[in-house]
Design a protein around this ligand. Structure first.
Ligand SMILES: [Ca+2]
Length: 317
């Protein structure tokens, strides 16, 4: 798991179609720039897919009152222990419920997870893999539900089918759920569509994420976008000397591109339509995008310049 997860929040597609009518050549350059507005997050895993849980087979209600088992105060020392996923008929590993088919439709699982300081997270992210329905509670409060009627009991069935492998992701704002410093409890009731169903599956992963502060300031570039005939050098300058600048020459996002180039401000960049630097193809358009970058911060907003080379038409085929 990478320490930094780049999360694409919104996508914007800009299509630019400059058409040059030359005496000798008619060049139709079509290039598409995909601009992503990214927000970087630092992540910590509270519960991984194959973690150990306590569990209870749904042959009766697991507690009286029936909702007691969902909260922190319930004593589950009598429950069985097993690793996720809880399943039969589908998947591998975990805890195989070989006696579930034709006997019971629900499985109850509980697990504590520790948050040292809730200020360290902004979002709680639940990834859940299930067949065929579920309800999830965190600290006794329902936070997510699929394929389950409003009135349900230990012997209820899911209201529809859902296949394992079709993982659903729920993103909760920290302020919308009642997280506490220290021990929190997640409780899940999994539902099969019927006793005679050929399969059942329940597994989940729980992560906390924190938005990184964005690096202040943007990169300045001393040559504006426009039409040019000859290659030239531009100077990229960050807010302060010595700051790292990441840039691309093919219009890709320097926050996420694998072919990103890195320099220390000020950075001189040779703009040449015939160059393949940064993994770009030889085209008549050099699209420069540059961001400031600092450890522990999200990259700054990218500065973009588009340089169109009318004199380089011979290299464009
Ligand atoms: Ca099923």
């Amino acid at each position: 798991m990478h320490e930094i997860i780049k999360s694409v929040i919104t996508g914007l597609i800009v299509s630019v179609k400059p058409i040059f009518n030359m005496n000798i050549f008619k060049i139709n350059i079509i290039f598409i720039i995909i601009l992503f507005t990214g927000i970087n997050l630092s992540a910590q895993v509270f519960i991984d897919w194959n973690s150990e849980w306590t569990y209870f087979r749904g042959i009766s209600e697991p507690s009286q009152p029936v909702n007691l088992w969902r909260g922190n105060e319930f004593n589950d020392s009598e429950w069985l222990k097993g690793n996720a996923p809880f399943r039969y008929g589908d998947g591998t590993g975990g805890t195989e419920l070989s006696n579930m088919m034709n006997r019971y439709t629900t499985v109850y699982i509980r697990k504590h997870f520790t948050i040292g300081n809730t200020d360290d997270i902004d979002q709680l992210i639940l990834n859940i893999d299930y067949d065929d329905g579920f309800v999830v509670w965190i600290n006794g409060n329902e936070v997510a539900k699929r394929n389950v009627l409003n009135n349900y009991a230990y012997d209820s069935g899911a209201t529809g089918s859902h296949e394992f492998g079709e993982i659903e992701r729920f993103v909760f704002d920290k302020n919308d759920i009642n997280l506490i410093n220290g021990e929190n409890i997640i409780a899940v009731q999994g539902f099969n569509v019927g006793r005679n169903s050929s399969d059942f599956y329940l597994g989940l992963k729980l992560e906390g994420k924190k938005f990184l502060p964005v690096t202040e300031g943007t990169v300045t570039c001393d040559i504006q976008s426009g039409f040019y005939k000859n290659p030239f050098t531009v100077k990229l300058t960050a807010g302060s000397p010595g700051e790292t600048i990441k840039y691309t020459l093919d219009g890709s996002d320097p926050k996420t591109a694998s072919n990103v180039l890195t320099g220390v401000s000020p950075v001189s960049v040779f703009i040449d339509p015939g160059s393949t630097a940064g993994g770009r193809g030889k085209t008549g358009a050099v699209v420069l995008r540059a961001s400031t970058y600092k450890e522990g911060f999200a990259p700054g907003v990218a500065t973009t310049r588009s340089y169109i080379f009318t004199a380089d038409r011979k290299s464009v085929v």
